[in-house]
Ligand binder design. Structure first.
Ligand code: S3P
Length: 179
């Protein structure tokens, strides 16, 4: 078998990306169920590995440390040959190394309006980057503005989630996935 065929054989993971509050974890879990694939949530894995919650990691070690742990875990997950659905933290695309690692996988970008994101993130205080005293809407708009080029760069599939039922979002994703 030549190198090209070997490269073709590499497993394509299904990665969910998008801003905080766009539903990556919930949709990812259900999608994995439907496709009969293993589901992994990077934030959850980091919390398990570190024995701390995400806010604790940010408070005690800082964002840079969190990003290092996140990147190491993500790259390792992608190198595993068992096909998986992987939900990622909204900031995973900040690292060029992570963005590069997503090439050749299927990357689903979940999008939502700022109002919808506000509504969803208000439900819990588990997101240190949004609890910085700045007005929430302003903070979200600023971060989205900063990140949108990266989300677009990595996405192979884009799905808007506003006013859609979870089941419909999953069906839409399945019709768009390459099998
Ligand atoms: C982050 C998103 C969070 C979590 C951390 C940082 C970000 O995950 O990884 O708080 O930088 O956007 P969710 O997108 O699942 O909220």
């Amino acid at each position: 078998m030549d190198m090209e065929n070997l490269a073709d054989k590499k497993v394509q993971h299904i990665i969910l990306t998008g801003f905080m509050g766009t539903g990556k974890s919930t949709i990812g879990r259900r999608l994995a169920n439907r496709l009969n694939l293993i589901f992994i949530d990077t934030d959850h894995e980091i919390e398990k590995e570190e024995g701390k919650s995400i806010p604790e990691i940010f408070n005690q070690h800082g964002e840079d440390y969190f990003r290092e742990v996140e990147s190491e875990l993500f790259i390792q997950l992608l190198s595993n040959e068992n096909q998986k659905v992987i939900s990622t933290g909204g900031g995973i695309i900040l690292s060029q190394k992570n963005r590069k690692a997503m090439l050749n996988h299927q990357v689903i970008l979940l999008e939502a309006s700022i109002d919808e994101i506000m509504r969803r993130v208000k439900e819990n205080e588990n997101r240190p980057l949004l609890n910085q005293g700045v007005e929430l809407k302003e903070r979200i708009s600023h971060l989205i503005q900063e990140r949108k080029k990266y989300y677009s760069e990595v996405a192979t599939i884009k799905v808007n989630t506003d006013d859609k039922k979870k089941e419909d979002i999953i069906n839409e994703i399945i019709t768009l996935l390459d099998f």
